[in-house]
Design a protein. Structure first.
Length: 120
């Protein structure tokens, strides 16, 4: 099966959260989840939304490909190795995401403006 995964991380005066939205491209089935988190930076929240979505997808059977879409240029470009990842905390999260992506046959990642992010 082929999936699309949107992810997002948000922080405001009332707290912080991350979320993901997954769509099975063959059946049109959709699933979403939001996780309220502790005191994390926005890039950490973005990575956490991605990782939670990847955990959901990799727990499913017969995953062929995942198209990742997010509005975080940092996460998308670090994931694709376009930008260097210097912060230790983000390197750990990026490694977690790569480990989960190793369970799927192929993946791609694209940036989208916030208004088109289905997870946000």
């Amino acid at each position: 099966m082929n999936y699309t995964l949107w992810f997002d991380g948000n922080k405001n005066s009332t707290g912080s959260s991350c979320s993901y939205h997954v769509m099975n491209n063959s059946t049109g089935e959709e699933s979403s989840n939001t996780v309220v988190t502790g005191d994390l930076t926005v890039p950490e929240l973005e990575y956490t939304g991605l990782i939670e979505g990847l955990k959901f997808i990799t727990a499913l059977n017969d995953v062929q490909s995942v198209k990742i879409i997010g509005d975080s240029k940092i996460v998308i470009n670090q994931l694709k190795r376009v930008w260097e990842c210097k912060a230790t905390n983000l390197r750990v999260l990026r490694s977690d995401a790569w480990n989960l992506l190793g369970k799927v046959k192929e993946w791609s990642a694209d940036w989208t403006p916030r208004e088109f992010n289905s997870a946000g």
